[in-house]
Design a protein around this ligand. Structure first.
Ligand code: SAM
Length: 219
């Protein structure tokens, strides 16, 4: 979701940028019909940005952590060549994934997407143990309390010239409120503070969606 922009500015930006594909629009519409969980869906400007950078960086392999109804996986799958691969991880294997699969089919990208059902921590460790080929882009969008842990597990999996994207860096702007000490806010705030001094990466935080952090390995 978008939290940072006034609606008028947001409308202007979105109407002057690339838009949803037919399948992406269908995911958004079907996700809206779910009610409350729809708040989790990727913001439109992030969808177009992810597809754009996947194309720009000539990305071949993506790790998408947090599938939900499949919009981020679709953005990456649409931005990579037909022989590329998106590995997407989620603990849920239900109605949400049906929406994703139906629309990945509609977009003709199902063969580029490999779904791993399980806890993010376990799945990241499995990929590490399998010594999988490095990923060009890793996108982290699961429970915010443990972002640091997922980031540390992701760093060895990303290519030297690759990119880790972390969603919800501003977490509804609550990171700025010292009274908010719930695990998700504290996890995000601590992660942001630590990353500032983390010499393993160079970091840029962008005010799009609910805040998006880009981290590039310095190794
Ligand atoms: C914010 S949504 C992901 C949104 C998605 N990237 C998109 O493009 O719309 C977060 C997803 O992460 C999953 N999730 C949360 N914590 C998890 C964990 N520890 N391990 C695996 N999946 C998790 C939830 O089931 C949910 O589908």
């Amino acid at each position: 979701m978008t939290f940072q922009l006034e609606p008028k500015i947001e409308d202007y930006i979105l109407s002057h940028s690339a838009g949803y594909s037919t399948a992406a629009k269908a995911i958004v519409d079907e996700t809206s019909a779910l009610g409350d969980p729809a708040v989790m869906i990727l913001a439109k400007e992030q969808y177009v940005f992810f597809r754009f950078i996947a194309r720009l960086l000539q990305t071949k392999r993506v790790l998408d952590v947090g599938t939900f109804t499949g919009l981020s996986a679709l953005a990456f799958a649409e931005g990579i060549p037909h022989y590329g691969q998106v590995v997407t991880i989620d603990r849920e294997d239900a109605e949400w994934l049906e929406i994703a699969r139906r629309n990945w089919d509609r977009a003709g990208v199902t063969n580029r997407i490999d779904v791993h059902i399980g806890e993010a921590e376990n799945e990241l460790k499995k990929l590490s143990n399998e010594r999988t080929e490095p990923f060009d882009i890793i996108f982290l969008d699961v429970d915010k309390a443990r972002t640091q842990q997922y980031f540390d597990l992701s760093l060895p999996l990303v290519a030297d010239e690759g990119l880790i994207l972390v969603d919800n860096s501003l977490w509804h702007r609550w990171v700025l409120d010292p009274e908010r000490l719930d695990p998700d806010t504290a996890g995000t705030r601590d992660f942001n503070d630590n990353l500032q001094h983390d010499t393993r990466v160079e970091v840029v935080m962008l005010p799009i969606g609910d805040g998006l952090t880009l981290a590039r390995p310095t190794r």
